[in-house]
Design a protein around this ligand. Structure first.
Ligand code: FAD
Ligand code: NAI
Length: 465
């Protein structure tokens, strides 16, 4: 056929795919990028990381103006009210600026863009919207993930929704029920609570943000409750019912049945790999029972010349993980030694306070039989936190009991998302808790709590007992 041929074709233009394409082009490979959305950037830029962070920002400003300004000596004359249309327009503008930026980068790098649904035809050939369109020596699959449904609570996009709709409600729901106290549930639950919804979060496990240590989760839960969120943990959602003509979500909490009225239900119980219509069967790739594509340490699938990265493969479903894999696979294809350090991938939930973690938790250390020393420092003892009304939080460092090497860290703080990079960097270079404790930190900063937690590993914190 006379369709164009490339060194590399990438299917999926999210953080995994577009970054892989850019790195391939940088390394001199003739590269094509197939994406079905009009805008590049995938889930993250279009309906994920970026719009949710824009809403978290504006809702925090609203919350301050409406409820907290007065205590800071700011008297607002008249009523503080919400213009949700402006909020959404601002969010859309942020998304547009970023997807436009990626589009420009991809163009300037000489990457050829194919708009439409990509499908593997075998022998390196790819169809776009069912027409054979290109071929490539190497194919990178980066088709990302999609929402998960609950069998007894099917999403209708109107009342029972996913994050796709919950980042774009056109009015503030009076009662919002959130199923799942993970990243999406806590972030979007916080957004709508700040805008005035009565938010109830129902979580199956004993703790919110279940990937963190229980002391961290408990601290967060207390803080969210202070902010007006109702949180039920150890709670199993079983279905819905009508009470006086109103939709209620029904759940079982420690053997007792509860019913929560809902104008909207946000289902946030995880995401699953998306490979629909990708033609995997044509090339002999059989996803595992959860839908993930199996790969080896070099991102190779079972099919010759076909690789997979990002949300469709093992590991955390995070944008920065997908990006790192995008860089690594491009380097491997170009004959270099691309590599991802999976032991130090940070994880953040962008609530107020934020929670961030990296490496292993204390719980995981116990499970794995690793002997650790733990240092903690509460933000109530940090000057900058006190001066900034940000004392809800702590830093926790987990170090090897024998070598003092940092194995993990968790931070609950305003700005934890930025602070975690320090622990990540120390870990990347094999740093010890003592290294953290001996590193000079500017005063006053909330980051000093990281230094103090490092010192606390050996009982040597200066500003706490
Ligand atoms: P995706 O970003 O999903 O991109 C895949 C792309 O492939 C999509 O654009 C899709 O249209 C396209 N595609 C699929 N199939 C085909 C096909 N056959 N042909 C052509 N194109 C195709 N992660 C973080 O790290 N930080 C956050 O703050 C964060 N917030 C989030 C908030 C929400 C509400 C959600 C839903 C997710 C969030 N995530 C966050 C997760 C993050 O969005 C994903 O981990 C990340 O986007 C994965 O990147 P990816 O490239 O693997 O896939
Ligand atoms: P999640 O995996 O973070 O949380 C899902 C929660 O739902 C878990 O606590 C789980 O125990 C609970 N759950 C599962 N089934 C349930 C049930 N039947 N009833 C009640 N609770 C139930 O998934 P989430 O929040 O949907 O996010 C999806 C993905 O997107 C995650 O992998 C996450 O990494 C990513 N994401 C990342 C963000 C970030 O980095 N800040 C923000 C938003 C999403």
């Amino acid at each position: 056929s006379d369709s164009p041929s490339f060194d590399v074709a990438v299917i999926g233009g999210g953080p995994g795919g577009y970054v892989a394409a850019i790195r391939c082009a940088q390394l001199g490979l003739k590269t094509a990028l197939v994406e079905k959305r009009k805008a590049l950037g995938g889930t993250c830029l279009n309906v994920g990381c970026i719009p949710s962070k824009a809403l978290l920002h504006t809702s925090e400003q609203f919350e301050f103006a409406a409820h907290n300004a007065k205590a800071s000596g700011i008297e607002i004359d008249g009523k503080v009210s919400l213009n949700l249309k402006t909020v959404m327009e601002k969010k859309d503008k942020v998304v547009k600026q970023l997807t436009g930026g990626v589009d420009m980068l991809v163009k300037k790098r000489g990457i050829e863009r194919f708009e439409g649904h990509g499908k593997l035809l075998g022998d390196g050939k790819i169809a776009v919207d069912d027409k054979e369109a290109l071929s490539a020596k190497h194919i990178i699959l980066a088709t990302g993930s999609t929402v998960v449904d609950l069998p007894f609570l099917k999403q209708d996009g109107e009342t029972v929704v996913s994050s796709d709709q919950a980042i774009a409600f056109d009015s503030v729901p009076e009662n919002l029920v959130v199923i799942g106290a993970g990243a999406i549930g806590l972030e979007l639950g916080s957004v709508w609570a700040r805008y005035g919804s009565k938010v109830t979060v129902l979580e199956f496990l004993p703790n919110v943000a279940a990937g963190y240590d229980p002391d961290v989760s408990k601290l967060l839960e207390r803080s969210f409750k202070k902010q007006g969120l109702t949180i039920h943990t150890d709670t199993k959602v079983t279905g819905t019912t009508d009470i006086d003509g109103k939709l209620n979500v029904v759940a079982e909490k420690k053997g007792k049945e509860i019913a929560v009225p809902a104008d909207k239900v946000l289902v946030a119980v995880g995401r699953k790999p998306f490979t629909e219509g990708l033609g995997l069967d044509t090339v002999g790739i059989d996803p595992d029972k959860r839908g993930f594509i199996e790969i080896d340490d070099h991102f190779k699938t079972k099919a010759e010349g076909i690789y997979a990265i990002g949300d469709i493969v093992r590991g955390p479903m995070l944008a920065h993980k997908a990006e790192e894999e995008g860089v690594a696979i491009a380097e491997l294809i170009a004959g270099k030694s691309g590599h991802v350090n999976y032991d130090v991938i940070p994880n953040v939930i962008y609530t107020e306070p934020e929670v961030a973690g990296v490496g292993i938790t204390e719980t995981q250390a116990k499970e794995k039989g690793i002997e650790v020393k733990v240092g903690k420092f509460p933000l109530q003892a940090n000057g900058r936190a006190i001066a900034s009304d940000a004392t809800d939080g702590m830093v926790k460092i987990i170090a090897c009991a024998k070598t003092d090497k940092i194995l993990g860290g968790q931070i609950v703080a305003k700005g934890a998302s930025e602070m975690i990079s320090e622990i990540v960097t120390h870990m990347e270079y094999g740093g010890s808790a003592e290294d953290l404790g001996r590193t000079v930190h500017a005063h006053p900063t909330i980051s000093e709590a990281i230094k103090e937690a490092g010192l606390a590993v050996d009982g040597a914190a200066i500003h706490s007992l």
